[in-house]
Ligand binder design. Structure first.
Ligand SMILES: Nc1ncnc2c1ncn2[C@@H]1O[C@H](COP(=O)(O)OP(=O)(O)OP(=O)(O)O)[C@@H](O)[C@H]1O
Ligand SMILES: Nc1ncnc2c1ncn2[C@@H]1O[C@H](COP(=O)(O)OP(=O)(O)OP(=O)(O)O)[C@@H](O)[C@H]1O
Ligand SMILES: [Mg+2]
Ligand SMILES: [Mg+2]
Lengths: 227, 227
């Protein structure tokens, strides 16, 4: 499904070159459940952004369903980002002037889903993350963990084939975090492909495979007990 | 040092009233090391914002050094926020157009510290959080955990008497997080008062006392083994 081949991401900062990713090769089959771990600054979000078609490598290739993402037209890329991939950002990236309901609804608007069905699916998505009573709150009227959960609901509402979640439980207490992870387990059982970035070992152990990055390189790539 | 007395924080949302905090009474002595835990939405950040003089209660009182914060003049409040309190925000709140160096430098500029001494203290603060080589990066050119660490450096650079840190290790791997916590231990030994919000038990156990919130109320208030 996802083939990252000898991918490097370089940033030139004046005299210095920073390798956010350095010759990374990763292959992800459909319906996998993969966790990515590694120290702060090791390249996890950079890798996620490339997989999510939000960023391009400096060198190397990314094939999605065996087609070079480089060769997708702009329209096809927009479609992939809207319908095939659900992205939970490390910094949530919610629209500050819209309430939780509207934030979660937006992907459905872009997908052309009619109003009545949209309302039903948004309510359901908010309910699944425990925020049924927070739909009218704007991000500034929500706690940090509530914003994180709105970001999760928004990523899942279009039922994307691939879920990319960058530290989805970082701002959540254990119990609320477990509810989100149970939701992810369910999606995985329903056939979706999940890639989670996490720095918590217990979260990573729910995945079937753990890739560890260090300094932009793959340090290890192993199945877990659950895998 | 800090006396929160029967504090309530209410939000009126149309027909509904939300109690972010509901009759909370907490007393914090100088040089304490306190952790605040509780589920997502239980009122932790709201309490921190009130203690940090960034928000006011709907009812109840807050005395800082035995003076009602309500009665501080605007100038005195500004002084308190700049020099007495260092705040690590749950969402970092860095200035997007300034690099890490400039972000950490700002509290020193407001405190009237001369340029040469500022430069030295900023370099030292960045070094303490492992970001000596990231001074010229703007927030968008930093990883999530690196932004968090810039926020920590900024909060500590003025050597404030009171450090308020809202989930300071939420975006950090265990090892980098431990470096930040070791830094906090050191500050505590040097006489500072620390209040950390965390949802991780191991982080809370480094404090000497844990207050647990639930639905805006204090559920428990106990010493730890370290206390
Ligand atoms: N401006 C606001 N208007 C309405 N409700 C608000 C507002 N700000 C916060 N709230 C509500 O107050 C409650 C407490 O929020 P707070 O940010 O203190 O929670 P928290 O314990 O820090 O949560 P988290 O662990 O998720 O960060 C939440 O239920 C939130 O929805
Ligand atoms: N625009 C940029 N310009 C320069 N360097 C960058 C830029 N974006 C990221 N970096 C650097 O690339 C490296 C990898 O960043 P990335 O965000 O992928 O790390 P991460 O593993 O997600 O870290 P964290 O766990 O802290 O979120 C970091 O060292 C960061 O400073
Ligand atoms: Mg990251
Ligand atoms: Mg909070």
């Amino acid at each position: 499904l996802i083939e990252i081949d000898h991918v490097t991401k370089r940033y030139e900062m004046g005299a210095e070159t920073i390798f956010a990713l350095n010759d990374v090769t990763v292959s992800v089959a459909e319906n996998s459940y993969l966790a990515i771990m590694g120290p702060s600054g090791s390249g996890k979000s950079t890798l996620m952004n490339i997989v999510g078609c939000l960023d391009r490598p400096t060198s190397g290739t990314y094939r999605l369903r065996e087609r070079l993402v480089d060769e997708y037209s702009d329209d096809e890329l927009a479609q992939v980002r809207n319908r095939e991939i659900g992205f939970v950002f490390q910094t949530f990236n919610l629209m500050p002037r819209s309430d939780a309901f509207r934030n979660v609804e937006l992907p459905l608007v872009y997908a052309g889903v009619p109003p009545r069905e949209r309302e039903q699916r948004v309510r359901e998505a908010l309910d699944h993350v425990g925020l049924a009573d927070r739909g009218k709150h704007r991000p500034s009227e929500l706690s940090g963990g509530q914003r994180q959960r709105v970001a999760v609901a928004r990523a899942l509402v279009n039922r994307p084939a691939i879920v990319l979640a960058d530290e989805p439980t970082g701002n959540l207490d254990t119990r609320t975090g477990d509810e989100i992870l149970a939701l992810f387990d369910q999606l995985h059982q329903q056939g979706q492909t999940l890639i989670l970035v996490t720095h918590e070992e217990e979260v990573a152990l729910r995945a079937h495979r753990i890739i560890r990055l260090r300094d932009g390189r793959v340090e290890s790539d192993e199945r877990t007990a659950a895998g």
